[in-house]
Write a protein that binds this ligand. Structure first.
Ligand code: ZN
Length: 253
């Protein structure tokens, strides 16, 4: 067992209120590509910021859903990995108060985290901007396939909108407020699989540190908080968190 895993286990045991913050890196072992990675050659030269935009959804839903449709389909056979399960288990044991995530894949919920704070929304549902009806991911994927133009529609005829924050849209205020409040109250913020460069979550470790809390990093590659972190585990996120869970087990009698 690495010294880092033992150290993080000790920090979790000692913490009064630990909170986790996760990014794309936690879902890589589940086979989920980064949002910006083209899924097909067709989109290889398309900037997601241009097509995954609220204006494109409004004006050209076929083009918009040409980009999002494969993403809904892709999630169908994706499952949470050991890192998602480790965080859910920590919450069950009372060693973690909450999970804040940038991810839209819904895997924390699938792993059993009861109420993840999804600051960028989630692909778990799509909703109707006209009448508010919400449809689960499987049903959205079915309608994408059934529609001649690839646009899943509500019973009222309007195009369904993914439950994620699109470019050109504001982040959900309630989720953001919760995230910042949790970061300020945490005496340990465990950042998993995030380079902590995308705002607003990039600011959360600073909030914890300013309030006197500690920051732990479980991520590959540099982050702006490397120098301030109480511990950094920079191996594979799944293996690292499984090692932390092993370190939390009572030692043999
Ligand atoms: Zn509708």
């Amino acid at each position: 067992m690495s010294a880092g895993a033992a150290r993080l286990a000790a920090l979790l045991r000692a913490a009064r209120r630990a909170v986790a913050l996760t990014g794309a890196g936690i879902s890589v072992p589940s086979g989920i590509p980064d949002f910006r990675t083209p899924l097909t050659g067709m989109w290889a030269n398309v900037d997601p910021m241009e097509v995954a935009h609220i204006d494109v959804f409004t004006r050209a839903p076929e083009r918009f859903w040409g980009f999002y449709g494969p993403r809904f389909a892709l999630l169908r056979d994706k499952r949470p990995n050991g890192a998602h399960h480790a965080l859910a288990e920590l919450e069950r044991r009372g060693l973690l108060a909450a999970v804040i995530t940038q991810n839209i894949d819904g895997l924390h919920r699938q792993a059993g985290t009861p109420d993840p704070i999804e600051v960028h929304g989630s692909l778990a549902i799509a909703s109707c901007p006209a009448c508010g009806v919400r449809e689960p991911r499987e049903e959205v994927a079915r309608r994408v396939e059934a529609a001649g133009d690839g646009v899943p529609r509500c019973g009222c005829g309007a195009a369904l909108k993914p439950g994620v924050v699109l470019f050109g849209e504001l982040l959900p205020e309630a989720a953001l407020e919760r995230a910042f409040r949790l970061a300020g109250e945490a005496d340990l913020l465990v950042c998993v699989g995030s380079s902590l460069e995308v705002h607003p979550v990039a600011g959360l470790p600073g909030v914890t540190l300013a309030a006197g809390g500690r920051v732990a990093l479980v991520t590959q590659g540099p982050t702006p908080y490397d120098a301030d972190a109480a511990v950094k585990l920079d191996g594979d996120v799944e293996h690292e968190l499984e090692a932390v869970m092993a370190a939390l087990e009572p030692q043999g009698v």
